[in-house]
Design a protein around this ligand. Sequence first.
Ligand code: ADP
Ligand code: MG
Length: 258
Amino acid sequence: MKTIAFANQKGGTGKTTSAINLGHALARMGRRILVIDFDPQGHAAVSLNLDTEPGVANWLMYPSFNTAPLTPEIIQQWLRTTSCENLFLLPGNQMTAKTQRLLAIEEAPISTIRDLLQPVRRMGFDYVLFDTPPSTGGLQEMAAWAADLVVIVTSLDYLSADGVSNFVEMLGVLRSQKKWSGKLAGILPTFYDEQTRTTREQMAHLEKAFPGQVFTPIHRATLLREASAEGQTIFQKDARSRPAQEYEALAQRLAKLA
Ligand SMILES: Nc1ncnc2c1ncn2[C@@H]1O[C@H](COP(=O)(O)OP(=O)(O)O)[C@@H](O)[C@H]1O
Ligand SMILES: [Mg+2]
């Protein structure tokens, strides 16, 4: 079982869209996928047209309220099946924000999420994908620390490279001070549009600042927005569309990395 986190301190960069559509792309390749949403906004469930309750807070808080060990059977009851074969979801919701505060009070260690993954490892998933909240502090760091691979998702608006640098720096601190053993899979630029100078410039800037670490960008596509508004993945909406092909190509690259 490999874990991949989709992250950035900024909101609206395409983290949820990428986690869900890559999840479905990998599921279509015959892998069993669990998406865990750590964002209190719960957009992963909403974009798959699913209930946000019960959610990830049950899992995160289990050790605080129970002495018996957490088992796959207990976790199973919180998971959502989706309309996509082999794609499962543990949704986020408003309880996640409360949980984050409780974990802070308890001074929960950086290993909290990785420790909670132990029983998940017995559930037969090939990949667990983390959709993370835009804020730093707490869950985002714990999720990055639990990840074998981190994908930094950045929209190609102006100053996007700055946000990426900050995040790469944070990963460096996790590695040097917290003994993180995962690695940066790469930087995924989104909202690419050849017609717009800013996005071309930002793309060039990213490639210069992070040579060899920038994935082929995902184009800006109304179809992606429509699909999530309709509770569908891009493959359900139109599997032959350009964004579907882009996410499929990325899934194949990621599958080679992990
Ligand atoms: N490549 C894209 N082209 C057009 N719209 C997109 C693209 N990626 C995401 N979106 C839309 O932009 C909004 C924000 O994306 P989302 O994945 O929720 O970002 P985040 O999870 O980083 O906050 C959503 O409405 C989504 O449907
Ligand atoms: Mg999101």
